[in-house]
Design a protein around this ligand. Structure first.
Ligand SMILES: Nc1ncnc2c1ncn2[C@@H]1O[C@H](COP(=O)(O)OP(=O)(O)OP(=O)(O)O)[C@@H](O)[C@H]1O
Length: 348
């Protein structure tokens, strides 16, 4: 499991930071970045780069491949966290990191604050944290790609989530206010509301049901499907107003499986209300919604904002692979258990 290593943040010298940035640059096309290349990219004298590499390795911001004599390093999740948080602090979006309030398979969620003490949410995307050891395909999608893909995919997920949150926010949808993002990290408003999953009774289930189905329909008229519209991703204010979170899996209504995703979102709400809140209401139909007058195409706007089709496909391929592996009953492996430094290696 990867933890946010805040302690290491304060003590890096400018040379260490340059070296870390050089490892990140080299990671774009090298699984393990040769030390000679790191020195070149960091534009430091050989001696001071070697010293920095040793500091970064000790603080686990970079790592050597276990059981390898190869003279090179790769960026660890902790190193990537460091770079992202450094950028966010420099832009004054984050000043202090507080408690972790959520840990999903593919993200960690923290409360952070700015210099004035106002609290926000930091969501760190961690795609590729869980890899699969499959009987049928003993090498899975991530392993088949160049490493660095966890970095690339996590960055894509964050970019996608931020782009969609921004567009939805600008078009009056009830979503947290997006504040900033860097690499695989997003900063958004902290919503002071309860997740629907934790609510057993609401004052007016009909009103909430109508609002939620209304949101699914309005999104679809704007060309979008949430794709994971369930009690975990719906927060409800005490006033009964819902607010929606978690957008990396959103798809366009022009997607080949759009009807499936739309029906699944609708079914999640129908099921939760019937089972927990004992309420049944009218169920929107895909065909009826598609026949309604279209509203501004937000799916195209998201694409134009920099999150293009190729990137969407990459993320989708990854998710599809994870789903298949799960269905096959492949063994889950925490990829970052493997983030060892030389000391850990000796203990094996
Ligand atoms: N803006 C926010 N304000 C308040 N709480 C939030 C916010 N964003 C996320 N959370 C909390 O963090 C939890 C996880 O967030 P989110 O669903 O975005 O991550 P996730 O990785 O998709 O989680 P999971 O894999 O469990 O679905 C949420 O259930 C919610 O309790």
């Amino acid at each position: 499991m990867v933890n946010l290593n805040i302690k290491a943040m304060r003590y890096l010298s400018p040379e260490d930071f340059r070296t870390l940035t050089a490892v990140e640059m080299g990671s774009r096309n090298h699984e393990v970045v040769p030390s000679s290349m790191i020195t070149q990219l960091a534009k430091l004298r050989g001696g001071s780069c070697t010293k920095s590499l040793s500091v970064l390795n000790m603080t686990k911001l970079i790592a050597r491949m276990p059981k390898s004599n190869y003279d090179g390093y790769r960026l660890t999740y902790a190193g990537y966290d460091y770079l992202a948080l450094k950028a966010l602090t420099k832009r004054a979006s984050v000043y202090a990191v507080g408690n972790q309030i959520g840990v999903g398979k593919e993200s960690d969620v923290y409360v952070v604050s700015d210099q004035k003490g106002k609290q926000y949410i930091l969501k760190i995307h961690r795609l590729g944290r869980i890899c699969f050891r499959s009987v049928k395909n003993n090498r899975d999608y991530l392993r088949n790609r160049k490493t660095g893909s966890w970095m690339y995919l996590s960055r894509l997920a964050a970019a996608k989530e931020f782009a969609f949150m921004k567009i939805l926010h600008e078009h009056g949808f009830p979503v947290p206010t997006p504040i900033d993002y860097s690499r695989h990290c997003i900063i958004m408003d902290l919503v002071d509301a309860f997740p629907l999953r934790a609510i057993e009774k609401v004052l007016d289930p009909e009103a909430l049901y109508t609002k939620l189905m209304g949101l699914i329909v309005r999104l679809a008229r704007h060309g979008l499907i949430h794709g994971d519209f369930n009690e975990f991703n719906i927060l409800v204010y005490e006033s009964g107003e819902p607010i929606i979170i978690d957008f990396p899996q959103m798809v366009s209504t022009s997607h080949a499986d759009a009807k499936y995703y739309f029906d699944r979102d609708v079914e999640c709400i129908v099921h939760f209300f019937a089972k927990v809140l004992k309420f049944e209401g009218p169920v929107p139909k895909w065909e009826d919604v598609m026949a309604m007058e279209k509203l501004e195409a937000l799916d195209l706007l998201a694409e134009a904002s920099g999150f293009n089709k190729k990137q969407a496909k990459e993320l989708e391929r990854y998710r599809e692979n994870q789903r298949k592996m799960q269905e096959e009953g492949a063994e889950e492996v925490d990829e970052f258990e493997g983030e060892v430094d030389d000391d850990d290696e000796d203990e094996e």
